[in-house]
Design a protein around this ligand. Structure first.
Ligand SMILES: *[C@@H]1O[C@H](CO)[C@@H](O)[C@H](O)[C@H]1NC(C)=O
Ligand SMILES: *[C@@H]1O[C@H](CO)[C@@H](O)[C@H](O)[C@H]1NC(C)=O
Ligand SMILES: *[C@@H]1O[C@H](CO)[C@@H](O)[C@H](O)[C@H]1NC(C)=O
Length: 816
């Protein structure tokens, strides 16, 4: 324990007193002793040596007194003038005596004159001229954080060169809650400081503590020295790792690629160095998690090992553990929420399907029942089904995502026989996914269409005299249905002929399969010019459907009739008509007229007249188309009385047909002469003009009567015909439609002409006239069984099919 300063000062006085008493005693024992503190100035007074030697100060110099040191440094000298001993050089006690408690310097004073030597002893006393000092200004100390309180740690001591009270007396420590100071005294009496751990240290709280140690001496004034003490707290693995969060939550879309780092767990360990190194592990729980996720032990990153699928699992919960080197642990929870991504297209499952429905299926007939499912959830799993708008179908929603495809309106196989219905299922995701399902539907045929002809009426043409079996034309009806329902058969409707007429089937027949119309007989234009037919086309459906079409068969004329000469043709021997010509006739006098008819029509009835042979070639001419025989010049006397002419009548057909007539012209001055000439009986002489005139009047009257009779007859005939027609029409639904009132029989013409030509040839100037007869309807009257058995024509007949139902007019030209 350090002594107090007051006590130290008292002690010093006591020592000085003892010292002075001892000096007195020593003087007497002839040893001179002085005491002087160290560090005095040069020349400082040490002691009155002259007096102590019993000499006067001046005697010292006279007797040659001097200081003799025995081979040592001379620290003292004698001041001769004052006879006192002075310090020659500054004295450091620590240098001379180090730590010795007493420092004595011995020397001798020699008085040469008497050769006397005196021993002088000087005690150097210590002054506090040195502060305590530490060897190092800073001391470093390591204390483990687990060191128990109360443990001692030796600190480096300080040292002080001074001695006694001036030397090191004690230590002081800067205040610190963890540490205190204890000063121990060693066996050598030295004091050394020790650091006492009062309170445990925690590196994690404060890793380094700085303390100041102060060393104090007991001098006046007190001197001190300091050292800095750095206490390093040594780490001990006394802390477990701690996760930054107690729960790590993350939401990730299900389509993150494999190996994506989802999150990073982070645990910190308060320790340092190797004690703070943490490794991470997933707490193994039986299940799939460990196959799906992997935790990097070093970085704490949680990565996926597999692709995630929201539809498999949408939430994962696991625990992660952090462990440091000693096995201190912490746990945290990891929550992974998988967010649905629209990665599944809707699935369409067809439950039942009808592959074919009849075209007359009523609207609402179910075709298909299907189920729609989308594995996604929420909007991604909501599905909308649709079909194209233009189809005659609609979708109906049923329970539990079932849908049915039903017909919306009537179907028509003839328009669309097969539907490839695309059902599109689209979900509401972004972007939406869709699935197309194709449903193939056949529309089965129903016999709902009759066969139809492309025209409402047909016209066909055939040359007369056709060979039997000639095909005339072909009719085709089209039926849009399919198979049997479209299999068309053709037949003739045998209805619009008069009841008494032979059946139509005796004239024509139709091939029921091909629709080709054949002539069963050879037609004769001169007997019938057209034939009205109705053809029925019937399909083979159940029930069958049919349609009718009218066909007008026009028979075309051929030049198969030679001209027939009507006049002059009597008497019936065919050659001996005699015409009269007065000898006085002027040139151009109309002698007679050849009248001919041709049963054909058109060109085939266009007649021309030629003079083939004449007795007097230059005397007569025949009108090319009129048939009039006229004189070319006046008769001469030399001309024969009887002139023979051969006239040919030719038609314009191809090839032309002709007929010849021989005309005899008698030339006379008067009719009686002629008559007498001609009849080998002698004619009465001198016939006068008045007689001729009388005859002519008679003739005209007769002709007029005949004509009137003819007209009456004609009227009667026509009345009868009209009456018959009425009967026929009412009896047999006559649809021919052509008025039969225009009918004029060729026989009637012939009769008329025979009468009329007489009159004309006798009385009237020739003129050409043209009669136009509208087309008569011969079908009911003119065609007979006999005409079908006519000899076959050598010309091949041609059939024509014409698209117009035209009302044809045939012109019959008669040249009168
Ligand atoms: C862990 O957390 C500590 C403290 O918050 C931080 O310094 C460190 O960077 C984090 N480590 C990682 C990998 O995030
Ligand atoms: C239906 O139509 C789709 C596309 O238009 C096509 O891929 C499919 O082959 C068709 N199905 C049939 C049976 O024709
Ligand atoms: C066709 O004609 C026949 C006989 O005239 C008749 O019975 C039938 O109804 C007609 N069919 C049609 C579709 O006009």
């Amino acid at each position: 324990t350090a002594p107090g300063r007051g006590e130290g000062a008292c002690c010093i006085h006591r020592v000085l007193l003892c010292f002075l008493l001892g000096k007195l005693w020593e003087t007497t024992a002839a040893q001179i002793r002085y005491s002087v503190p160290e560090e005095l100035e040069k020349g400082s007074f040490l002691g009155d040596i002259a007096k102590d030697l019993g000499l006067e100060p001046r005697e010292l110099s006279e007797r040659g007194a001097r200081v003799v040191s025995r081979g040592k440094k001379q620290n003292f000298a004698i001041n001769i003038r004052t006879g006192s001993l002075i310090i020659r050089d500054r004295i450091d006690r620590e240098e001379l005596c180090a730590q010795s408690p007493q420092c004595l310097l011995n020397f001798n004073v020699l008085i040469e004159h008497k050769l006397k030597i005196y021993s002088v002893e000087v005690e150097i006393t210590d002054i506090n001229d040195n502060a305590p000092r530490f060897l190092a200004e800073e001391q470093e100390l390591k204390i483990s954080e687990i060191t128990p309180p109360g443990s001692l740690h030796r600190l480096e001591s300080a040292y002080d060169l001074d001695v006694g009270v001036n030397s090191l007396q004690g230590y002081e420590l800067s205040p610190n809650p963890h540490f205190s100071l204890r000063v121990q005294s060693g066996d050598d009496g030295l004091k050394y400081p020790e650091l006492v751990l009062e309170q445990a240290v925690d590196r994690e709280e404060q890793a380094v503590h700085y303390l100041t140690l102060t060393a104090l001496d007991g001098g006046e004034p007190i001197r001190s020295g300091t050292a800095r003490i750095r206490v390093n707290v040594v780490d001990v693995n006394d802390n477990a790792p701690v996760f930054a969060q107690s729960v790590y939550s993350v939401s990730i879309p299900e389509n993150v690629p494999q190996g994506t780092t989802l999150l990073t767990v982070n645990a910190t360990d308060a320790d340092e160095g190797i004690n703070s190194q943490v490794r991470y592990f997933l707490v193994k729980i039986p299940g799939k998690n460990s196959e799906i996720f992997e935790l990097n032990p070093v970085t704490g990153g949680l990565t996926t090992l597999k692709n995630l699928d929201y539809e498999d699992a949408n939430f994962y919960m696991m625990e992660a553990e952090a462990k440091d080197g000693l096995g201190f642990k912490d746990r945290t929870k990891i929550h992974i929420t998988v967010v649905d991504v629209n990665d599944n297209a809707p699935e369409v499952t067809i439950t039942s399907v009808t592959s074919s429905i009849p075209e007359n299926a009523p609207p609402g007939t179910v075709i298909t029942l299907f189920h729609v499912h989308d594995r996604d959830s929420g909007k991604n799993g909501q599905v909308l089904c649709s079909i194209p708008d233009d189809l005659p179908f609609k979708l109906e929603k049923k329970v539990d995502n079932y849908h049915s495809l039903v017909t919306d309106r009537a179907l028509d196989r003839e328009q669309v026989s097969e539907y490839n219905i695309t059902v599109t299922a689209v979900d509401f995701g972004s972007p939406p996914l869709s699935t197309d399902t194709h449903i193939l539907l056949h529309v089965a045929d129903i016999n709902d269409n009759p066969p139809t002809f492309s025209q409402s009426a047909y016209s066909a043409y055939i040359q007369e005299n056709n060979p039997r079996g000639t095909s005339i034309c072909s009719l085709t009806a089209h039926d849009p249905d399919s198979q049997e329902n479209a299999l068309v058969t053709y037949s003739l409707v045998d209805s619009n002929l008069p009841l008494e007429a032979p059946p139509l089937s005796s004239y024509v027949s139709i091939n029921s399969e091909t629709g080709v119309l054949y002539a069963l007989c050879s037609f004769d234009y001169e007997q019938s010019q057209e034939l009205q037919l109705r053809v029925t086309a019937r399909d083979s459906g159940d029930p069958p459907l049919s349609s009718n079409v009218s066909l007008t068969l026009f028979i075309l004329d051929q030049n198969d009739n030679a001209p027939e000469i009507l006049y002059p043709a009597f008497p019936t021997d065919g050659s001996s008509g005699v015409e009269l010509a007065p000898r006085s006739a002027e040139p151009g006098y109309l002698v007679t007229k050849v009248v001919a008819v041709d049963a054909d029509s058109g060109q085939n009835a266009w007649l021309s007249y030629h003079l083939l042979k004449a007795t007097e070639p230059r005397l007569f001419s025949v009108g090319l188309h009129s048939g009039e025989i006229r004189t070319v010049r006046a008769f001469l006397d030399k001309d024969a009385l009887k002139q023979n002419l051969l006239v040919a009548v030719t038609d314009n057909g191809e090839p032309p047909l002709s007929a010849t007539i021989s005309v005899t012209v008698a030339v006379a001055d008067s009719i009686p002469e002629i008559l007498s000439d001609l009849s080998s009986h002698p004619a009465p002489e001198s016939q006068d003009d008045s007689l001729l005139t009388f005859y002519l009047v008679i003739a005209v009257a007769v002709v007029s009567c005949l004509f009137f009779t003819f007209i009456v007859l004609l009227l009667a005939l026509r009345l009868r015909k009209w009456w018959m027609l009425q009967v026929v029409q009412s009896a047999a639904d006559h649809v021919g439609g052509v008025s039969s009132s225009q009918f004029l029989g060729i026989d009637g013409v012939r009769a008329f002409l025979q009468t009329y030509s007489h009159e004309v040839s006798l009385t009237m100037d020739s003129r050409k006239s043209q009669l136009i007869f509208p087309q008569p309807n011969y079908a009911d009257t003119l065609i007979s069984q006999q005409s079908c058995e006519q000899k076959e024509s050598p010309f091949p007949s041609q059939s024509l099919l014409q698209g117009k139902d035209d009302q044809a007019f045939f012109q019959v030209n008669f040249v009168l």
